[in-house]
Design a binder for this molecule. Structure first.
Ligand SMILES: Nc1nc2c(ncn2[C@@H]2O[C@H](COP(=O)(O)OP(=O)(O)OP(=O)(O)O)[C@@H](O)[C@H]2O)c(=O)[nH]1
Ligand SMILES: [Mg+2]
Length: 226
């Protein structure tokens, strides 16, 4: 008897991801799935980005963590609509979780929705959420070999941010070596070294993101779902 269990789970998830995306498209919400290891700076990148947004681009955030509402409280303190998902022992967000979260978000008052995935460089890349972009945040203290050791997540990225650039020298981080690892699985993916601490590089990342959001606003029939 043939029992394609894993395939069916992924297909079910993809179907709900497509439903999520249809909801986002209908309301004109551009969605970014932010993936990284624990502590790389996902929340910091979201904050650094939202505080520089033009007034007519209204942010919202879905926070994913195993436990706590620490990140959601940080976002809410900036008066940004936010929902916290606690996965318990789950190491990634999936499309049904996002479906539940968006029922509790004022989507008609959001233009740009960040989904902070659970800190993990493996599983989040396997589960579509219904987003427009997948962004991977690496950081200097993690070491420059991570692009070689976790190729799957870098292959899935529409952009790679290298955060904590203020610490590159301290950690003897070789950017060119790190980039070669990314290029092996995802040639020409946009790459943004930034520091949320100093603000260096954030404007270049923001300009790229806003360009993507603008082209989506002009043509919502962009089919890739991540
Ligand atoms: N030096 C330096 N520290 C940073 C930078 N960005 C973030 N941090 C620090 O790194 C730590 C983790 O940052 P977060 O933004 O909470 O990381 P995260 O990926 O959201 O963490 P989890 O949600 O727990 O997985 C915090 O102490 C930040 O202040 C940076 O650019 N430079
Ligand atoms: Mg966080």
């Amino acid at each position: 008897m043939k029992i394609p269990v894993v395939k069916n789970i992924l297909n079910a998830n993809d179907q709900i991801a497509a439903d999520n995306r249809a909801t986002f498209d209908e309301l004109g919400v551009f969605v970014v799935n932010v993936m990284a290891s624990p502590g790389a700076g996902k929340t910091s990148v979201i904050l650094a980005t939202t505080e520089r947004l033009p007034k007519d681009v209204r942010p919202g955030v879905i926070e994913g963590d195993l436990a706590s509402r620490i990140d959601a409280d940080t976002i809410a303190a900036r008066n940004i609509p936010v929902v916290q998902i606690n996965t318990g022992s789950g190491c990634h967000l999936d499309a049904p979780m996002i479906r539940g979260a968006i029922l509790n978000l004022p989507l008609d008052a959001i233009d740009l929705l960040f989904i902070e995935n659970v800190g993990n460089l493996v599983c989040p890349a396997e589960f579509k959420l219904g987003a427009n972009l997948a962004v991977v945040v690496a950081s200097a203290p993690e070491g420059h070999d991570k692009s070689y050791k976790y190729p799957g997540i870098f292959a899935a990225a529409d952009a790679v941010i290298l955060n904590k650039a203020d610490l590159l020298q301290v950690f003897e981080f070789d950017i060119e070596y790190f980039r070669r690892g990314i290029e092996m699985v995802n040639p020409n993916v946009p790459f943004f070294p930034i520091s949320c601490r100093t603000g260096a590089g954030v404007d270049a990342w923001l300009a790229w993101l806003l360009e993507k959001q603008k082209s989506f606003a002009e043509d919502r029939n962009q089919s890739v779902i991540v």
